[in-house]
Write a protein that binds this ligand. Structure first.
Ligand code: PMP
Length: 336
């Protein structure tokens, strides 16, 4: 019989899949090779399963998280799903605090795993007792509560140093030359980048960043791609690791996200489209330099399922003036 005892045993060991037509390299080109690390194949649907399990294991080992304890984190995204999944399997309670602008769908995902969701009003000052910050601090200071804090927890980058990095090195037989990823907390780039450079200091670590974010020299001005880019420098980001940061506009990120679904059958989120667009630009540079032996690995953090009403919705894109790319037009019966 072939089975695992828990879904948690399936975290990590995600495959590398070669990108093809979306690279738009000349048909006769025999490189560079661009490989996508498909993180939506993790059991919770994103790369964040890795940090959730590692942060929880470390807190168990240090005694910060005791049996029957409660995990409190101000998040509504992928980290929440990872934490909810691991907490449930290990018998912990989970409380997520999120602002009221977070969609009901996202809240319902967390509740579906058995987590509690506390919604705070956006329209109050940070010092107000009902603010997102105050509510999460209050809940985290209750007896038995523990706050992972993915923006400062060293086990976030460490999980990538211990799993994602070694997987990529082994899967490419040590032939990787470039690693491309987006940056939110910076955990992925810091952990993977450090591991790879320790194996071979010539490996180039390339960040992909939404125009406006501090990582690419912006001031924190708003952008629409979710999960990446910051308006501050998180503790989990190692400023020495990236050799280069490629800035990508929302328009390019979204158009390329749609192309990945239509041409590579990869239904991924906007941050994956952003990173893959940067990897494509890099592949063109390498091709122009004759570096056909280059092996570029790009990390795709999550699935497009969570963005069907945004990136994959023509009206939503149109409302911001973005092109819908090569999306097939709807046909109504009668026109067919
Ligand atoms: N993409 C998505 C969709 C994410 O949720 C995150 C995590 N915030 C990232 C990319 C960036 O990963 P990291 O936090 O490791 O920098």
């Amino acid at each position: 019989m072939q089975y695992v005892n828990s879904l948690l045993d399936l975290i990590g060991n995600t495959p590398l899949v070669r990108l093809g037509r979306t690279l738009d390299l000349p048909a006769e080109a025999d490189g560079p090779l661009v490989l996508a690390k498909v993180e939506y194949l993790n059991p919770g649907g994103s790369v964040k399963d890795r940090i959730a399990s590692r942060m929880i294991e470390a807190a168990e080992a240090s005694g910060e998280l005791q049996p029957g304890g409660t995990i409190v984190e101000p998040t509504s995204g992928n980290t929440g799903v990872g934490l909810a999944m691991v907490a449930q399997q290990k018998g912990y309670k989970c409380v997520f605090v999120c602002p009221d602008k977070v969609s009901e769908d996202k809240r319902n995902v967390l509740k579906a795993y058995g987590a509690e969701v506390v919604v705070c009003p956006t329209a109050v000052a940070p010092e107000h007792p009902d603010s997102y910050y105050n509510v999460s601090d209050r809940l985290a200071s209750q007896p038995g509560a523990w706050k992972p804090d993915q923006y400062s927890n060293p086990h976030n980058p460490r999980s990538h140093y211990e799993t994602t990095g070694p997987e990529i090195w082994a899967q490419t037989d040590g032939r990787i030359t470039h690693f491309v990823t987006g940056m939110g907390t910076g955990g992925t780039i810091s952990g993977v980048g450090r591991y790879l450079k320790e194996q071979n200091p010539d490996i180039q670590v390339v960040g992909a960043d939404p125009a406006g974010s501090v990582y690419s020299g912006g001031t924190g001005r708003p952008y629409l791609v979710e999960g990446v880019g910051e308006d501050f420098w998180p503790e989990t980001y190692d400023r020495t690791v990236a050799d280069r940061v490629i800035e990508v506009s929302d328009a390019d990120s979204f158009a390329f996200t749609r192309r990945l679904a239509r041409e590579e059958a990869m239904l991924v989120g906007g941050s994956a489209g952003m990173a893959a667009f940067a990897a494509r630009a890099l592949a063109h540079e390498l091709a122009a330099e004759g570096r056909t032996d280059a092996v570029v690995v790009v990390l795709l953090p999550d699935s497009g399922r969570g963005y069907l009403t945004k990136v994959f919705n023509d009206e939503w894109l149109g409302q911001y003036g973005f092109a819908t790319g090569e999306q097939a037009d709807h046909r109504t019966v009668g026109e067919v």
